[in-house]
Each structure stands twice: as structure tokens, then as C-alpha cells.
Design a protein around this ligand. Structure first.
Ligand code: MSP
Length: 527
């Protein structure tokens, strides 16, 4: 039986059209999902939208729409965007889906039956846009520590989850599973900011929020949005339903990928809820950094987005999905923040796609056509050729690193490694100077060089597939090969049949940065 792999993005707030920042986690997870499919795993990739809470109700009202009208438009647009970016999700869960509501209802009932929740009065500070409660001590200068906006005091009857009894259990979880929360720096944040002084019970219902899932045993309450939202990871699999094969098969999640600001919900509250429900815990939480725009987070809640924050749909219109995926994956280093500027985006296109990948492919194909009429016979013995041997060894090492990086979920480094294959191949051309070898008739070394290059290009293109989903497919077409589904024999050499090339368009046309920047600046809709 195939090994299963269950990966999730957070479910996004459809409070407004999705931005480039929203694309980050989805693209990152897509690369991981695709990579694991190519490892022949049975992958289930889940994404979706988090649709309840006061903020959505208010926004819909302001727009003169019902909540569902408001939400459907944004969700449809999000699905369009995911199509543009070639996101290969297996399911899209909406917290307004009946299947989700049923599971959340059962979760609350179970917690109640097991005496994990109790009724009391909530007093605290609430940030409406972030839908988060804060204690006095957590406020920063009296404002919401997440978004910096005003909070207000609230007091109302609420149900509480006995989170306090899980402090030690969560600490043990981190101690016994050093890989549970990555990168490791996030563990210190959790311990110092939340766990060290013990956890407080968590308010998990509201009477003032109407746009939410009713608590079945006390209908004036609705379920707190974070409990509602976190449950998506099991509701999409049909947990606690008659149709729970997916839950049996895929749970626990192999990894929940989330932004750093919501790690605490995933690494503290979610495991505690699962413990209370006697369910297995996710194997890993990956807390990634943000893509910053002019030094600030591109957040759905900040109004003043700079002109550098471009609608991803406009980037797609001009450049397709590859450069967007490339930029997002490569520029946010594992666990750290990355920066977006229009200029860097265009420069990255030229450096990696046009100069490195595109150039190598078109140079190689045209040399094979020019010097060998488009055909090279299979090379079986490379041994006499020192440069070729070194080239193959370097590529083999590089491939090894890429697989190790992906095991650690370090996608930015892994993609850098894949691009390194193309750079190393360009260097191999400089080292071997095929145009000089071509001056001699029937020089065997020229065949070896062109064969090696073709083989390594096909390996590089195979490894690019999880990351860049559009143009690399054309590379296989140029070499008259099927697009591979799996990484088979990826680190073996001299295994390609005779090489036969066809014409290939220039897959990544070099861009004039000033001209493009001007064009994008004018078109920015300032979403
Ligand atoms: N609805 C909650 C998640 C519930 S999961 C059970 C939420 N939604 S969100 O839309 O605000 O954010 C979703 C994800 O997008 C978060 O992981 C967040 O970090 C990510 N990003 C939003 N802007 C981002 C960047 N500029 N850069 C990288 N990711 C960022 O939180």
C-alpha cells in the first residue's frame, strides 16, 4: 500500500480578495504535495476558507449583501486564483459547508460530555478584525499584539475549554517530539510567551456573535471562530461521521503549514483539543515566516498597501504562474521572512528562468540540432571523460541535498538546489566548449557532452515539476519525452535512450526590467 501524506494550509479568511501574501502558504504546500506525489505517496492536500465571525457579517452588511453572497464571490475568486497558480488541492473545505458544521457540532457535544468545557463569564480584551481575545498582559501599548489596532473590553456568558490542564502535556509533547514544531525557534516562542506561566482556560463560545455555528446544547451561543476553524482539518476528512474512511486513512496530518502569527493556535490549542477528544495529534506544525512588502507584512487587515503590492492576478496575466511560484518559494527562507518588490520579482525572473533554465535548454537543443542533426546516440561509457564524470558527481550530490531538504520541508533551499543543477550545467558548457569540439569531425567527446547535458536537463526539469508547473513541461516535449509522474532513477546516469530533440520556443523570454516595472506600476489596482 502507498504511504499516505496529509498536508494542509490554514483556511483563509475570505474577508476580501486574496493577495499575494495569501498565495504564499498555498504555493508552498502545493510544492510539498506535488513533491510527495512524485515520491509515489498517496497525498491528500487540503485548503479552504474560514467563513464565520463578526467581521464577515459586518463586511457583508456594509456591502449590502447576505453573508453567503459576500462569501461566495470571494471564494469563487480564490478558487480562480488557485487555478491560475496551478494549485493541486484535493479538497476545499468551507466552514459554512454542512459537513463541517456537523463535525464542529459533534466536537462541542463530545467536549461537553467529557466535562472538558464549562459555562462561566468571560471578561477580556477583544480584537474584532483578528477575532482574538487577549489578556491585559498580552496587549502591546493597549492595542492588539497581532495587528496593532484598538481592542475593546468584553464581558459575557461563555463556555470555556479547560485548556489550563494541558500546559504540561503540551510541554511534554514538545520535549518528546523535537520535530513537532518547526523551525525550532518557534518552540521557544511558545514556551516563553504562553506555556511558561501556565495556560488559561479558553473561551470557546460567544453569545454576541451571530454569524457562527450554534452550540447545539445551548443555542444562544455560537462556537468561537478558532475552534470552528481548527476543526476543518478533521471535518474535511469526515471525522465523527458515517462516512469517515478518509479520516481513518489520512489522519493524523503529516504537516500543518501555517504562518508564524497563528502557530500558537496550531501548536497549543489544537493539540489540546485533540487530546481532549482522544484523537491522535498532527505529526508536524511548520511555522513559516511572512512575505514582507516594504518591510511590512502584507496582511488582509492593513489598509495602506504599497504600490509594490501587486495583485497576483496581474502578475499571472503577464508572466504566468512559474515566476510567481518561483518567487514565493525561493524568497521566503525556511522559517524566516522574505521580501517582495516588483524589481526583485522581475530580476528573479531574468536570473533564474531566462538566463539559467531557459538559456540552458535552448542552447543545448540548438547545439544538438546544429552539430548532430538533432540526434545523439545513447552513451553508455563516460569513464574516460574527467569533466563529464565530475559533472555527474556534482549533480548526484545536488540531487541528494534536494531530497534531504524536502524531507526537512525546506522548500526554498530545495528549489535553490534544483536551480543549481541548471547553473552547474551552464558551467559544464563553459568547461567543455562544445563549439571547439565541433570543429573536429566525429569527435566522440562532443557526443558525450551533449548527451550528459540532455540527461541532466531532463533530471533538472523533473525536479522542477513540483515547484514550477507550467513551462518545464515544454522541456520534455523538446526532448520528445513524456512528462514523468514520479522521480524514478533520478540519481542514475547514462540511462536515457538516444536523444532526439524538436524545436522549442524560448520558454522564458528575458524581460526589460524598467519597461515591465513601469507597466506594472500603472496597472496596480491597489487591492
Ligand atoms: N483563518 C485563519 C487561519 C485558520 S487555520 C485553522 C487565518 N487566516 S488568514 O487569511 O489571515 O491567514 C492565512 C494564512 O495566510 C496565515 O498562515 C498567514 O500567515 C498567511 N499569510 C497572509 N499574509 C502573508 C504574507 N504576507 N506572507 C506569508 N504568509 C502570510 O489566519
Amino acid at each position: 500500500m502507498k504511504e499516505k501524506f496529509y498536508i494542509t494550509t490554514p483556511i483563509y479568511y475570505p474577508s476580501r480578495k486574496f493577495t499575494l501574501g495569501n498565495c504564499y502558504t498555498t504555493v508552498a504546500c502545493d510544492a510539498i504535495a506535488r513533491f510527495n506525489r512524485m515520491l509515489k505517496k498517496d497525498v491528500f492536500y487540503l485548503t479552504g476558507t474560514d467563513e464565520h465571525g463578526q467581521k464577515i457579517a459586518t463586511l457583508a452588511k456594509e456591502a449590502g449583501k447576505t453573508e453567503m453572497e459576500y462569501l461566495n464571490e470571494i471564494v469563487d475568486d480564490a478558487k480562480e486564483l488557485w487555478k491560475m497558480l496551478d494549485i493541486s488541492y484535493d479538497d476545499f473545505i468551507r466552514t459554512t459547508d454542512q459537513r463541517h458544521i456537523d463535525v464542529v457540532t459533534k466536537i462541542l457535544e463530545k467536549l461537553y460530555e467529557k466535562d472538558e468545557i464549562y459555562k462561566s463569564v468571560y471578561k477580556g480584551w477583544y480584537c474584532t478584525p483578528c477575532e482574538s481575545f487577549w489578556t491585559e498582559a498580552q496587549l502591546v501599548d493597549g492595542k492588539c499584539p497581532d495587528c496593532g489596532r484598538d481592542v475593546h473590553e468584553e464581558e459575557e456568558e461563555s463556555y470555556f475549554f479547560k485548556l489550563s490542564k494541558y500546559s504540561d502535556k503540551i510541554l511534554n509533547l514538545y520535549n518528546e517530539n523535537p520535530e513537532f514544531l518547526l523551525p525550532k525557534s518557534r518552540v521557544n516562542e511558545m514556551v516563553n510567551n504562553f506555556l511558561k506561566d501556565g495556560l488559561k482556560d479558553l473561551c470557546i463560545s460567544r453569545t454576541s456573535v451571530k454569524w457562527g455555528i450554534p452550540v447545539s446544547f445551548d443555542k444562544k451561543h455560537t462556537v468561537y471562530v478558532w475552534v470552528d476553524a481548527l476543526s476543518n482539518y478533521i471535518s474535511a476528512l469526515g471525522a465523527f461521521s458515517d462516512n469517515d474512511e478518509k479520516f481513518q486513512k489520512y489522519w493524523p496530518a503529516d504537516v500543518h503549514v501555517v504562518g508564524k502569527e497563528i502557530v500558537r493556535f496550531h501548536a497549543i490549542i489544537w493539540p489540546a483539543l485533540l487530546m481532549a477528544l482522544d484523537l491522535p495529534l498532527p505529526k508536524k506544525i511548520l511555522g513559516h515566516g511572512w512575505l514582507l512588502f516594504g518591510g511590512d507584512k502584507l496582511s488582509k487587515s492593513k489598509k495602506n498597501v504599497s504600490k509594490d503590492v501587486l495583485d497576483p492576478r496581474i502578475l499571472y496575466k503577464y508572466y504566468g504562474s512559474d515566476p510567481i511560484r518561483l518567487y514565493l518559494i525561493k524568497e521566503v527562507p525556511f522559517g524566516a521572512d522574505g521580501i517582495y518588490t516588483q524589481e526583485l520579482f522581475l530580476k528573479s525572473f531574468n536570473a533564474y528562468l531566462a538566463n539559467s533554465v531557459g538559456n540552458l535548454v535552448s542552447r543545448t537543443v540548438s547545439m544538438i540540432k546544429k552539430y548532430r542533426n538533432g540526434q545523439i546516440a545513447k552513451i553508455t561509457d563516460n569513464l574516460e571523460n574527467e569533466l563529464g564524470k565530475n559533472f555527474q558527481n556534482d549533480i548526484k550530490k545536488q540531487i541528494n541535498y534536494i531530497f534531504k531538504d524536502m524531507e526537512k520541508l525546506d522548500i526554498s533551499h530545495a528549489l535553490e538546489g534544483v536551480l543549481g543543477i541548471f547553473n552547474r550545467s551552464n558551467k559544464y558548457i563553459d568547461e567543455t566548449e562544445p563549439w571547439i569540439l565541433a570543429k573536429e569531425e566525429n569527435n566522440k567527446n562532443l557526443d558525450i557532452v551533449l548527451y550528459n547535458l540532455s540527461e541532466v536537463i531532463l533530471k533538472g526539469a523533473t525536479l522542477l515539476l513540483p515547484f514550477l508547473t507550467d513551462k518545464p513541461k515544454l522541456i520534455f516535449k523538446a526532448f520528445n519525452k513524456e512528462v514523468p509522474k514520479y522521480f524514478e532513477n533520478i540519481d542514475e546516469f547514462n540511462i536515457e535512450d538516444n536523444i532526439i530533440v524538436s524545436d522549442i520556443e524560448n520558454i522564458y523570454q528575458r524581460l526589460d526590467i524598467d519597461k515591465e516595472q513601469e507597466k506594472l506600476w500603472n496597472e496596480n489596482e491597489n487591492i
